[in-house]
Ligand binder design. Sequence first.
Ligand code: ADP
Ligand code: MG
Length: 447
Amino acid sequence: MLLQEQWKNVLDILQNEVTAVTFDLWISTLNPVSYTNDELVLTAPSITAKTQVNQPAIFDKVTNCIRKVFTPYTFVKIVEVQEYEESVRKENAKQEEVKETAALKTRFNRKYTFDNFVVGKSNQVVCAAMQSVAEHPSEKFNPLFIYGGVGLGKTHLLHAVGNYLNEHRPELNVMYVTCEKFTNDYVECIRTKNNVNSDFREKYRSVDVLMIDDIQFISNKMGIQEEFFHTFNDLYQNNKQIIIASDRSPKEMSALEERLRSRFASGLIQDIQEPDYETKVAILRKKCSQEGYLVDDDVIDFIAQKTGTNIREMEGILSKVVFYSSLINKTHVSFDDAKEALKDYGETERNDLDANNIIAVVCDFYGVSKEDVLGNKRNKEIVEPRQVSIYLINDLLGIPLTAIGQIFGGRDHTTIMHARDKIASLIKTNPHTKVAINDLKSKLTKK
Ligand code: ADP
Ligand code: MG
């Protein structure tokens, strides 16, 4: 039965229960607008009408009649019509926002799947842990904290989890953010609203799976760790899955608050190691078949041997070789072409080495641009390669700090000294930085 019809039945009964004046003046002006979960909402045309009907003597009679027609436990609510319209408007806006958030659901890189991830000795445990979390979110390892050096596949695995969940559990709200994005959202909130308003909290706390990449960049300034701690606790208590990636273990993150460290330790902390030769070859083969590159086996061996442990960089070299062959109109990459294409790679004599070479090699390694490294950007993704360049220029070329400052857009020598010392101390505390610097050095100084 339609709501209006039911209401008419109510009115028929009510007519005999209240005085004609009450009925005509107040009751007949009510309008049923919704009936959900045993709650009937009636609008009154004015505050006065609402107040009148809400008087116990009238309200009880109205409720009784309604319960005869609807259900015996119907709950009755009288609202003034404008008040009601306002609440509907707000509710709609909220629904819209929810839809928008759903539309913003992270799109993951289609190339970064479990299928495309080559499993070897160095990464098999991490990969298994990630797969198991993807298959059983919130049931296995929570939080799952993975760490390892630059270019070893952490971001790839996070996207793989995202792709898997989008496909198999589309109802779940899966969010991937870099630590930088999380921080910026938070700072923006403080700046514009002067407090961490509910938007920020709702956004981060309404997810089922939260993945934060590059958490090593979390700052201990401005309450960011505090906010992260609350987000973390909230999700954790509501049994939501949290996955975190970092280039170093929680133990090695010196700026990390103790309470966060111990939260991370409550789940699984798993490292991803540098790939061995076989894994590198397997990754190169996979890449070739994925991209349709025709490359001789000895070229693949050659690239695997020549490169360090950073897989991103290794892929970059493969692309370079393929690109070179395409320039000379070859569809098939032979060993000689590869040698020719890579003749400058890692062949720099120590004496030829200059600051430019160093910066170029570091940029390749981290996948950032030279302009950014020389420029003023302060985000940590850029700051680290900048500091590494400074460290290496000082270490390998012995160029004085003030002169290095000139190369880096006139920075003063204390800034340069700080950068150098930062990396020098990281080499001691973070094995991945140590490996990265060794890799870079051997590349830069190879005969
Ligand atoms: P990280 O986040 O650890 O710095 P990424 O996940 O960005 O590294 O990986 C760098 C590149 O190397 C990506 O293109 C990724 O697809 C590739 N890669 C890393 N490990 C593997 C692997 N085991 N199999 C296939 N590709 C890999
Ligand atoms: Mg990454």
